[in-house]
Design a protein around this ligand. Structure first.
Ligand code: F6R
Length: 608
């Protein structure tokens, strides 16, 4: 999704801005631009397409100055053209603005501003911001931004510079994240921490409704009444190596291969002194947990699939009624709840707008909230009463892989933790299950060793136009996730189904041109899955099966079989995810697509 950077200092501003934007490139964008204060004017470069094109523009006509802002845009209002790219300017080209988020009352404001003779150039919602600031400007940029913010509705993070109030950047947040990086004799702003890598480890995270005045040697934060708020900088650990592919052709493949280590490290961190340790942000007492009678999990996309797996786990292991909801539905559906309802949010980025809105909705209903989040200090982590970090490490590939399995792992541990409190499992059984978990990373490695085999299988299916993914029980969400992985990076239409539902409609799709990817591992529903696959085979469907080592029967119906080690059914989704991730990866890579940055997608979806 859109990225913001800003810099004030003695270095070459265009280079610093471009370097910051490169670090945000993984998030997905379709146009980009920078604006630099150059004496009495704003020097602007914008383009559609990739940062390389922006770099070429800057190389051709260099920019100098010591204050600037930059942006990568993921189009929402208005096509990805260079006119619609940010930064946007006011009528006199004296104010430049970059913006993440959506201005919901842009239409009304635009009409009003046009009546006051403002001239608009783009089709974006963003362009109302510089014009509004121009309208409110009386010599002090901070005051003008604060005044304008009160008129803007929607969610946004903005950075503003002005020729008439130079030597400063004004940054403001309402709904979308914004971070200030504190340097020596220089300061930075960024929408995401990776943009600051290599510059500083000292940051200030702007909270809702806060505005910051950033000069070369000072950072001040204000609320919307213009009152200064004292904020101590936090120290964070941003390592440069997170942006290194470590010899892999894509981040996605690197991240798929990292999964055994992610689970290994998580076991070390979360099983200490023979007990489950859910981390420093998890503070729910046993009596609080014991009183929970219902859980609603809300999340989006891949995280929703991880939450779906957890529904099976929580109901089966902890015997708690659990619902799973897509956040964009949950936030508007006004569910029937009581004080004993726990709302669980699952989010890799911790910034997904709908999931965050779900957290806020739960807060408004006075419900307990627990979030499973990867990015530390993200908005969802900060706004939740309790959070469990899934500790997957930075995930750069837009298609989520290691965060998915790490989410399931943490949700599984939480189910075991709750089971002990609810007395549905005894300590000795929990310990036995943890011992089984400890074997999981080696088993994951065994599956990943099959990547060459999976690559070969993928070559047979490159021309398929449609795919069905089937699973049952706890591997039904695995089928949903397998289908999502394939469609989002290979652009092949794929649908996940519970196999038992086939004969109620989707079986009509089966013919020799619609491959069926099936999870048919050792489980309580193995025989049922096999019957469903016989029905596929009878209709000439081509089957690719994930099966358990030693299963000879599956070979009679499946054209291709990917064997995985035997594993307990309840943790099997962590293992069955891997062949499907690799399959999707190889199909997309062989079709020549930009695997890490699939079209139209963004890494963290900070708009509704
Ligand atoms: C798919 C994918 C998305 C995200 C979804 C939620 O591979 O990555 O479906 O899972 O946008 O994102 P988070 O987990 O950051 O809330």
């Amino acid at each position: 999704m859109c990225g913001i950077v800003g810099y004030i200092g003695d270095k070459d501003v265009a280079s610093v801005l471009l370097a910051g934007l490169w670090k945000l490139e993984y998030r997905g964008y379709d146009s980009c631009g920078i604006a630099v204060l150059n004496g009495g004017e704003i020097d602007l470069r914008k383009t559609t397409g990739r940062l390389m094109q922006l770099q070429e523009l800057v190389d051709k006509t260099p920019i100098s100055g010591n204050v600037g802002i930059g942006h990568t845009r993921w189009a929402t209002h208005g096509e990805p053209t260079s006119i619609n790219a940010h930064p946007h300017l006011d009528c006199k080209s004296k104010i430049a603005v970059v913006h993440n988020g959506i201005i919901e009352n842009a239409y009304v404001l635009r009409e009003k501003l046009i009546k006051s003779m403002h001239i608009f150039k783009s089709n974006t919602d963003t362009e109302v911001i510089p014009h509004l600031i121009e309208e409110n400007f009386q010599g002090n940029l901070l005051d003008a931004v604060i005044k304008s913010m009160k008129e803007l509705e929607g969610s946004f993070a903005i950075a503003v510079i002005s020729v008439d109030d130079p030597g400063k950047i004004i940054a403001a947040r309402k709904g979308s994240p914004l971070i200030i990086g504190i340097g020596e004799n220089e300061n930075f702003i960024a929408s995401d921490i990776p943009a600051l890598a290599g510059h500083t480890k000292k940051i200030i995270i702007l909270e809702e409704g806060q505005v910051s005045l950033i000069t070369q040697n000072d950072v001040k934060v204000y609320n919307l009444d213009g009152k200064e708020i004292k904020k101590e900088p936090e120290k964070i650990d941003i390592a440069m190596e997170i942006l290194d592919k470590k010899g892999y052709p894509h981040f996605m493949l690197k991240e798929i291969m990292e999964q055994p280590d992610v689970i290994r490290d998580n076991i070390k961190d979360k099983w200490t002194n023979n007990s489950i340790n859910l981390g420093e942000k998890f503070k729910m007492s046993s009596s609080e947990l014991a009183s929970i009678t219902r859980i609603i999990i809300q999340a989006c996309g891949t995280s929703w699939h991880a939450g779906y797996v957890a529904k099976y786990l929580l109901e089966d292991i902890a015997r708690i009624h659990t619902e799973i909801d897509i956040s964009s539905e949950f936030r508007y559906r006004n569910p029937v709840v009581s004080g004993e309802t726990l709302v669980v949010a699952v989010s890799q980025s911790g910034e997904t707008a709908d999931t965050l809105a779900g957290v806020r909705e739960a807060k408004a209903k006075f419900l307990k909230i627990l979030s499973f989040v990867n990015v530390r200090n993200s908005t969802i982590a900060r706004e939740s009463d309790n959070a469990i970090y899934i500790n997957a490490g930075p995930e750069i590939g837009v298609a989520s892989t290691k965060a998915y399995t790490a989410e399931i792992f943490s949700l599984y541990l939480f189910s075991l933790y709750l089971a002990r409190i609810k007395w549905t499992l005894g300590d000795n059984i929990v310990e036995k299950r943890i011992n089984k978990l400890k074997e999981l990373p080696d088993k994951m490695e065994k599956v990943l060793e099959k990547k060459g085999e999976i690559e070969k299988i993928s070559e047979k299916y490159l021309s398929a136009k449609n795919f069905l993914f089937l699973g049952r029980g706890i591997n039904y969400p695995s089928a949903l996730e397998g289908a999502l992985k394939l469609k989002e990076i290979s652009y092949i239409h794929a649908t996940g189904y519970p196999a038992g539902e086939m004969k109620h409609g989707p079986i009509a799709l089966i013919d020799e041109n619609t491959p069926v990817f099936a999870v048919v591992t050792n489980s309580s529903v193995y025989d049922k899955m096999m019957s469903n696959l016989e029905e596929v085979k009878a209709r000439k469907g081509r089957i690719i099966a994930i099966a358990t080592e030693g299963d000879e029967r599956i070979k009679e119906i499946a054209e291709d079989v990917i064997y995985i080690p035997d594993v307990d059914e309840e943790i099997s989704p962590i293992l069955t995810a891997l062949p499907m991730q690799l399959f999707a990866y190889y199909v997309a890579a062989k079709k020549g697509y930009d695997v890490d940055k699939p079209r139209n997608l963004a890494k963290s979806v900070t708009v509704e």
